[in-house]
Design a binder for this molecule. Structure first.
Ligand SMILES: Cc1cc2nc3c(=O)[nH]c(=O)nc-3n(C[C@H](O)[C@H](O)[C@H](O)COP(=O)(O)OP(=O)(O)OC[C@H]3O[C@@H](n4cnc5c(N)ncnc54)[C@H](O)[C@@H]3O)c2cc1C
Length: 308
């Protein structure tokens, strides 16, 4: 282990993280692809103070610090991640009588949708079934069925170079599956989302439950069940990426343990023993084939993280 990482491991132990600190821990179990090599150090933060402390200690030891939510929009390299990976498991939410939802960034988005819906608050019901955290969903401005995080988000609290500060929705530069956070270099330079505020509206809880149940059924009918990171590419201005991939004859195409899902062509699935290199090579082949066939460039929706 490098001296800086050793120093951080000691600092974390001294700060009481002992039982929750793993060295050389494989990241595959923390991603929905079930792929990824080891990180030098992994900790799990269960509240905002822990998230801040982990970042602060990494900063003091000059070790890179990467925050992962539910790992559902990333492809982690087979070589893993150098430095500290903080798994964001910060949970908690409350809603004011006027519909302002304040929620910890590690809350699973689908749980937030279900709980607020059950309490008769609308605005996030479209997100049911998205397997990410609130923080990850804001970074990528997640969306489905015509809804986007940015439609109801009003602001966030971030840890930015050691300072806790607020950012309004307008300061986030939200766009289709992106934000100014997503365009910043990951690890240390990018602010860490601690908490978010959403403006919800009252609606009949029974109607919301029915809508969410329909949306879950829609996903179950159309999306593959094997490990994946959801849609790999963003839609182009003219066509959905899956349509182009299918028209290029790539549906079902295999490379090592990775496969273009026979069910949904914009999903690359791990058929059991896929490596990150398999997925990356398949992704590159898809891009090249679609560009050669249609003259259109596909842009990644998932993020490649780690030591490539
Ligand atoms: C089966 C399946 C279906 C999906 N369906 C959809 C869909 O319908 N619509 C959609 O938009 N997406 C979908 N996704 C993709 C994914 O679930 C979302 O993008 C999700 O919001 C990502 O959240 P996460 O917590 O998993 O982020 P992660 O993958 O953990 O992280 C993504 C990026 O955000 C950063 N990050 C995470 N948390 C924080 C934080 N607190 N502060 C700062 N940076 C942070 C990470 O460092 C990383 O760079 C799907 C994925 C799967 C596997």
């Amino acid at each position: 282990m490098k001296p800086a990482v050793e120093c951080l491991a000691e600092q974390l132990r001294a700060a009481g993280w002992l039982g929750r600190l793993s060295a050389q821990a494989p990241l595959a179990p923390y991603t929905t692809f079930r792929i990824g090599g080891a990180a030098d150090l992994v900790v799990e933060a269960t509240n905002s103070a822990e998230l801040q402390q982990a970042w602060q200690l990494a900063h003091e030891c000059e070790v890179a610090c990467l925050v992962l939510g539910r790992g559902s929009n990333v492809l982690v390299s087979d070589r893993g991640v150098r430095g500290l990976v903080v798994l964001n498991r910060c949970i908690g939410w409350e809603i004011s009588p006027s519909g302002t939802l304040t929620v910890a960034s590690g809350m699973p988005l689908t749980e937030v949708a279900e709980r607020t819906g059950a309490a008769g608050w609308a605005g996030l019901e479209w997100a049911v079934g998205i397997p990410g955290s609130v923080g990850g969903a804001i970074v990528g401005n997640a969306g489905a069925h015509g809804g986007y995080v940015g439609d109801v988000l009003t602001g966030i609290t971030v840890l930015d170079h050691g300072q806790v500060r607020g950012l309004t929705r307008d300061e986030l530069g939200l766009g289709y599956r992106t934000s100014m956070l997503k365009t910043m270099p990951n690890c240390n330079g990018r602010p860490i989302i601690l908490e978010a505020a959403f403006g919800l509206r009252p609606e009949d809880a029974r109607a919301l439950r029915q809508r969410m149940s329909d949306l879950l059924q829609w996903r179950a009918d159309r999306q593959p069940q094997q490990p994946s990171a959801g849609s790999v590419f963003k839609r182009t201005t003219q066509y959905p990426a899956g349509f182009l991939i299918e028209q290029a004859g790539l549906k079902g195409k295999r490379l090592g343990g990775a496969q273009v899902s026979p069910q949904h062509a914009n999903f690359v699935v791990n058929t059991g023993d896929a490596t990150a290199s398999d997925v990356k090579a398949l992704v590159e082949e898809i891009r090249e084939t679609v560009a050669a066939r249609f003259g259109l460039g596909l842009e990644l929706e998932i993020e490649l993280v780690g030591d490539w």
